[in-house]
Design a protein around this ligand. Structure first.
Ligand code: NAP
Length: 334
């Protein structure tokens, strides 16, 4: 792989997060810096627009046209790079062909998916070949699940250093979150709700906290997730569900399995939103619980899914809800 033309190709450069990533790579490395990179996507016109948005100094930025529906274009892309960063989602809809191309060509890959059921499918189908071909496939490299996975890893290192043993229980609580969710993130969540709404076997799969662990993981501890509202004695506060627990906890358990049960074989973990003490905290926790439940119920049913798409959620390429327009959610470059 050392003679590849590029170190990194951003596949999905026209997406909301792809544009932020291109801006970051351009600000950090320019177009002739230590890291050789290119922007890729299915539309040459849209790629040209992304390049133009980076300014005159970006005219030398290489662009690659590739479509998730065209295996040859993905193979040609992989032949030019050491690493593919894919922001083409929902991954359950568009992600597999690029995984296949990377696995077959031994190209390293990372993405931002939070779609546990899709990752489980990819592991089942491609993990053995990826290992054989030396392709490192790393999912969940975004807000889900790096803070959770690396946070627990760091905490366990501290526990080991200070108490000579890992913590057998870790709880992650979110007190404040800034910004919003992008159109692609909402589309991915709605796709999971739609698929799960139609398929009881998938609902069972998604409920398995050890979904992403190797089959011989041996974990038996009952994991509790925060459903509606509950009082957390450790934090002296009410907590409500945190939507990313569904993927983050699976990733943390996978890390425990892959590190030879470094967090113990009876490790328990969950995530929740911290909403404060007293009646106010309780009402907020109930509100988050009801809101989350309503969103997934509405996303699972065709007419309400249509209404959510039409009137409420941000569209692909943006992070602005049609109801809640917020400056913090705008792309970095604006
Ligand atoms: N983990 C995290 O923290 C985090 C945060 C944000 C997003 N995400 C995830 O990242 C993904 C992208 O989110 P986003 O909001 O940036 O998405 P987005 O703006 O909706 O963009 C989707 C991208 O996919 C491309 N695409 C669709 N079909 C394609 C095909 N057949 N071939 C090639 N490209 C195709 C689109 O190209 P066109 O522009 O040509 O339509 C666009 O670039 C989502 O799955 C989301 O869940 C994760």
């Amino acid at each position: 792989m050392s003679d590849s033309q590029f170190d990194v190709v951003v596949f999905g450069a026209t997406s909301f997060v792809g544009q932020i990533l291109c801006q970051y790579l351009f600000d950090t490395y320019g177009t002739d810096g230590a890291l050789k990179w290119a922007a890729a996507g299915r539309s040459q016109d849209k790629l040209e627009q992304v390049k133009a948005s980076l300014g005159d100094a970006a005219t030398a930025l290489p662009l690659i046209t590739a479509n998730a529906n065209d295996a040859d274009s993905l193979d040609a892309l992989c032949a030019q790079t050491r690493v593919v960063v894919s922001t083409v989602g929902p991954y359950a809809l568009y992600g597999e062909p690029m995984i296949k191309a990377c696995v077959n060509s031994g190209t390293d890959y990372c993405d931002l998916t939070g779609e546990a059921q899709w990752i489980a499918d990819m592991l089942e189908q491609y993990e053995a070949t990826a290992k054989k071909n030396g392709a490192r496939i790393v999912h969940c490299c975004g807000f889900d699940s790096i803070p959770s996975d690396m946070g627990v890893y760091f905490l366990q290192q501290q526990a080991q250093a200070r108490f000579n043993a890992p913590a057998s229980t870790v709880r992650m609580r979110v007190k404040v979150a800034k910004g919003g969710v992008s159109g692609g993130t909402v589309a991915s969540m709605m796709n999971i709700a739609e698929e799960a709404g139609k398929d009881p076997a998938l609902r069972k799969k998604l409920a398995n906290p050890y979904l992403l662990c190797p089959p011989d993981h041996g974990f038996k501890s009952r994991q509790t997730s925060i459903g509606l509202a509950s009082y957390d004695d450790d934090f002296n506060a009410w907590v409500g569900p945190f939507v990313m627990d569904a993927i983050n906890s699976r990733v943390v358990h996978r890390s425990n399995a892959l590190t030879g049960q470094a967090y113990t074989d009876h490790f328990t973990y969950n995530e929740a939103m911290l909403t404060g003490d007293g009646m106010g905290g309780r009402m907020k926790a109930l509100g988050i619980g009801a809101g989350t439940g309503l969103f997934f119920a509405a996303a699972a049913i065709k007419p309400t899914r249509w209404a959510l798409n039409k009137f409420v959620v941000p569209q692909p390429g943006s992070a602005e809800s049609r109801l809640l327009r917020h400056p913090l959610c705008r792309p970095h470059r604006q």
